[in-house]
Design a protein around this ligand. Structure first.
Ligand code: 13P
Length: 250
């Protein structure tokens, strides 16, 4: 297939600038020369300038955990794509389940953010995934299809190339419960089929779909080793350089 894996660290609301700088100092030598996979760090907004500067010239990209869809304006507390790009950020997460659950982000908002990110040349990582009740009710496929369809409204095949999707079952996030490789593969196939329906077979064949949810050094190989799984979005286990290194080198 030739899809290059992306191994991404979502630091959530952890680390001070000094701790972030220490991480990068320890981490870069551990992954120097690692070209098999792409590597990206997603720190909090206040850490971004520190982390971008520390990663400059390395094989580690840096992105935001969230951006706003408006270009600029009176939106207290938000970060624009222009601001992110001006300090050297290249990627952004969009629609992480914590944004959806704690900050009421809808598929419509995710869609607007995706349009803005693509317009400005960012690499967007669109996060989707079902909650436990939905899985137990047999609704996983429907939820994933709805989220993909909602996120991709008005996106053309020509514009879609940079998009990355992260499948993060909400019940696996921060719980220590991981989807089995079989469960993740099944979900990824549903997502890829939906992308094919919306944007065509070529886009679907090339789009990277990451798995996220309690990825650890111990389970990284069995998950990312699957042909269908094009990398990982890692929370807790990405906070320590040696732990994240082991996942990068799954
Ligand atoms: P954990 O790896 O801590 O489960 O978090 C996953 C996640 O939400 C990454 O975005």
């Amino acid at each position: 297939m030739g899809r290059k894996a992306l191994i991404a660290a979502n630091w959530k609301m952890y680390k001070t600038p000094a701790e972030a700088a220490d991480f990068v100092k320890a981490f870069l030598p551990l992954v120097a020369g690692h070209t098999r996979d792409e590597i990206a760090l997603f720190p909090s907004p206040v850490l971004l300038p520190t982390v971008v500067a520390a990663c400059a010239g390395s094989n580690v990209a840096v992105g935001a955990q969230n951006i706003y869809f408006a270009e600029e304006g009176a939106y207290t507390g938000e970060t624009s794509v222009g601001q992110l790009k001006a300090i050297g950020g290249t990627h952004t997460l969009i629609g992480h389940s914590e944004r959806r659950q704690c900050f009421a982000e809808t598929d419509e908002i995710v869609n607007k953010k995706l349009h803005t990110a693509l317009k400005h040349g960012l690499i967007p990582v669109v996060c989707i995934g079902e909650v436990l009740e939905e899985r137990e009710a047999g609704k996983t496929a429907d939820v994933l299809k709805t989220q993909v369809t909602g996120a991709f409204v008005g996106i053309t095949p020509e514009a879609a190339a940079p998009i990355v999707i992260a499948y993060e079952p909400v019940w696996a996030i921060g719980t220590g419960k991981t989807a089995t490789p079989e469960m993740a593969v099944e979900a990824h196939r549903i997502i890829r089929a939906e992308v094919a329906k919306l944007l065509g077979a070529d886009v679907a064949a090339n789009i990277r779909i990451l798995y996220g949810g309690s990825v650890k050094p111990e389970n990284a190989t069995s998950l990312i080793g699957e042909e269908e799984i094009d990398g990982a979005l890692v929370g807790g286990a990405s906070l320590k350089a040696d732990s994240f290194e082991k996942i990068v080198k799954y």
